[in-house]
Design a protein around this ligand. Structure first.
Ligand code: P1T
Length: 387
């Protein structure tokens, strides 16, 4: 990755290890300390060293916020207790009656938050096919204030042209929120393509080791950032200092891990494409994949997530999901170990009966960083059980 940061002059990998993480001025500690203090001494009322109370601001959290903001080419970064806490903080920007347009494929929990929690409070939502920008422009609901998209989407891995959607949204006075969890800032920096706010489930690739739940927002706009920071403190969905430390530790190796996730995913895709039990392989690098052109334009590589459908339908999908040995049957994604799941019955069960319902013959893989050979053999053995 050649892109240099304007502020530091450093490349991505250097920023991941050093931004916000200067050696501790008191002790020289090279690793950012975990600051557990909930409160901070004031020399006189209102005079302090930048921290007052740990919900409002914490040194370990500040380090994480500076680092991931830099990776997203963002001026502002805000860390949260989970991806959904970060999303909820964004939805608090909605004006009374403001509509959310949600892409028609997205994480089930995001759908649930928008459609089942916020919508009944008087904030309408609609599901839209964001690959069809002409239709988005022609059918724009006038009460829309937020367009919410994932690219690649969870779990179908459809890719959306961020710049094209941002152009329509901005012309209509709406903001664009991009969930960059699947791509990570190593592969895609949505703010550079016109997004207004980037959302992350830091639980996934940023943390990278399945040992921390976290969320993140990155953005450039000062007034939006001020509002989001106000709500971060007022509503209080902040992460613990230890969690911030774990995400910061994970981010240091993000570039290395993503390289391996991508190359292992390619090996898995080749295996799946050649197996007779597989119906369709979903991976953004494939030329016939929905949004391949958008992915090729805005991503540096195609990521570590692979989904596929089985000719044998739901029964075959459930059999494969329980038959692997290295791929662990579990929700979540983006960590060093490979995971397999059945979105229809697991991560996306809440979307059943909605426009975001997923096919029941679908299996989703989070391809980890183990040996590509072992991963392919594991999958081959599970698929062979179907014949
Ligand atoms: O789980 P949490 O940290 O709250 O993040 C929610 C979230 C947000 N956005 C995307 C794209 C996600 O995939 C998730 C969480 N997803 C899973 C747990 C999953 O297995 O798909």
């Amino acid at each position: 990755m050649g892109d240099l940061d304007e502020q530091t002059g450093w490349g991505f990998e250097t920023r991941a290890i050093h931004v916000g993480q200067e050696p501790d001025p008191t002790t020289g500690a090279v690793v950012t300390p975990i600051s557990l203090s909930t409160t901070f001494a004031q020399s006189s009322v209102g005079e302090h060293k930048g921290f007052e109370y740990s919900r409002s601001g914490n040194p370990t959290r500040s380090a994480l916020e500076a680092c991931v903001a830099s990776l997203e080419n963002a001026k502002h970064g805000l860390a949260f207790a989970s991806g959904l806490a970060a999303e909820d903080n964004v939805l608090r920007l909605l004006p009374p009656g403001g509509r959310v347009l949600l892409g028609n494929d997205a994480y089930g929990g995001t759908f649930r938050l928008i459609a089942k929690v916020w919508s009944p409070l008087g904030f309408p939502w609609s599901a839209v096919d964001l690959t069809d920008v002409a239709s988005l422009r022609a059918n724009w609901p006038s009460d829309t204030t937020i367009v919410w998209l994932e690219t690649p989407t969870n779990p179908l891995l459809t890719c959306i042209d961020i710049a094209a959607v941002a152009e329509v949204a901005h012309a209509n006075g709406a903001i664009v929120v991009v969930d960059n969890t699947f791509a990570t800032p190593y592969l895609q920096q949505p703010l550079d393509h016109g997004a207004d706010i980037v959302v992350h489930s830091a639980t996934k690739y940023l943390g990278g080791h399945s040992d921390v739940v976290g969320g993140f927002l990155a953005l450039n706009d000062d007034s939006l950032a001020e509002r989001l920071r106000y709500t971060q403190n007022a509503a209080g969905g902040v992460p613990a200092p230890f969690d911030c430390y774990l995400v910061l530790r994970g981010v240091k190796t993000l570039a290395l891990r993503m390289e391996r996730h991508c190359s292992n995913a390619r090996a898995v895709v080749d295996l799946l494409l050649g197996h007779p039990a597989v119906d369709r392989v979903l991976y953004p690098q494939l030329p016939d994949h929905p949004g391949h052109a958008a992915a090729a334009k805005q991503m540096n590589d195609f990521g570590g997530m692979v989904s596929f459908t089985l000719k044998g339908g739901v029964d075959a999908a459930l059999t494969v999901a329980k038959s692997t040995r290295i791929f662990t049957l579990a929700e979540s994604l983006g960590a060093v170990e490979s995971l397999i799941e059945h979105p229809g019955r697991m991560t996306h069960a809440s979307a059943a009966g909605s426009p975001l319902q997923v096919p029941d013959s679908l299996v989703r893989l989070s391809v980890g960083v183990e040996s590509a050979h072992d991963l392919c053999e594991d999958l081959r053995a599970a698929l062979d059980r179907l014949s």
